[in-house]
Design a protein. Sequence first.
Length: 208
Amino acid sequence: MIPNQHPPESHLLAFAVGQGELALRILVECHLASCPACLAQVLDLAEVGGQMLGAMPSVPVPADLFAKVIGQIEREALPVPAGLPVPEAIARLLPRKPDWSGILLRGFRFIKLVEEAPREAALYLVHLTAGTVFPGHRHRGLEESVILAGGLEDGSTRLEAGDWATSEAATCHAPRALPDEDCWLVARMENGIRFTGWRGLAQRLSGQ
């Protein structure tokens, strides 16, 4: 299935030239794994950059560089735990024994994959069982996410595998996993969220 929702072109350009935060680059890589159109665009952008580099004076490369790079990759490569429909970009970040967290909500769990200082951003792998509604909440900062498997209904929007979703700061919603399949997604979030209702009260009382 071809995704219907895509990242902004500025994200693709930054990815093509090797710029941007790690969490955002991983998010783009997850989308590219499911989107031939965006992948082709990134390759075109990278080719232009390659032509510019090709016009620069060459620099000698150590003879053993390739062997060192391959050896490092092989040492760091980890098998994907059974039952996790994640692309390579996520698999290489997973601990050998994933330690899942939750929010006292049946059918929801997550793992923090990356945490970065700029804008207090973090990248999460999220799992919702089929039909699970994530509690109502308001975003304190920008959230961008990619559906890895299954899908979500967010108001009138339906998101499926490969789709890119953006929630601006102050967005308030309660997305629901589609009823016939578990939803897996990866999300980059800035400054966390504030729950509404009794969960929000509990969150404030706990000083979060």
